[in-house]
Design a protein around this ligand. Sequence first.
Ligand SMILES: Cc1cc2nc3c(=O)[nH]c(=O)nc-3n(C[C@H](O)[C@H](O)[C@H](O)COP(=O)(O)O)c2cc1C
Length: 164
Amino acid sequence: MDRDLQDRDSIPAALRHLTHGVYVMGTRRGRQSNAMTASWVMQTSERPPCLAVAVRSDRYTHDITLESETFALSVLREDQVDVATHFADTSGEYHDKLQGVPYGLTPGGSPFLLDCLAYLDCKVIDRARAGDHTLVVGEVTASDTLDESYPLIYDPGEYEGALR
Ligand SMILES: Cc1cc2nc3c(=O)[nH]c(=O)nc-3n(C[C@H](O)[C@H](O)[C@H](O)COP(=O)(O)O)c2cc1C
């Protein structure tokens, strides 16, 4: 096989070896709340505490977050694959994914799951195009730890049927 083609084909396979946690990203615009599963998340600063989330522009969450300039991440527990699947397999454009799910509002007004390890409440301070996703940078303005067990680590094999 052509060497360039072989290298290109190997990139997705190699990327699957990167490790990520699994989070539910909650946003709110006016009285409209939405939440989606996100795993492309990283801390970017300690002082002030900041993090970045890669959000694809066709996600319902994308425009709500950029317009409201606020979002919250709920950190999922290792036994919450079903929760990650729930917030990934439909879009908030068609379905209220938070209906029937116990959630609260952070001091910044974003929805967070009452059943999770911790939440991080964020104010959007920057954004950048990053290929087919937008890197949304948030300063963490509040947080709470709700449980002291282990976080869910992203395993692609667990979400074969889920929309990405
Ligand atoms: C484990 C997992 C992680 C995901 N991580 C991201 C992510 O980091 N960024 C993103 O844009 N979509 C991600 N998705 C896809 C969204 O969760 C999915 O498209 C969701 O339906 C979007 O919801 P919304 O349209 O209500 O915003 C992920 C899906 C799964 C199953």
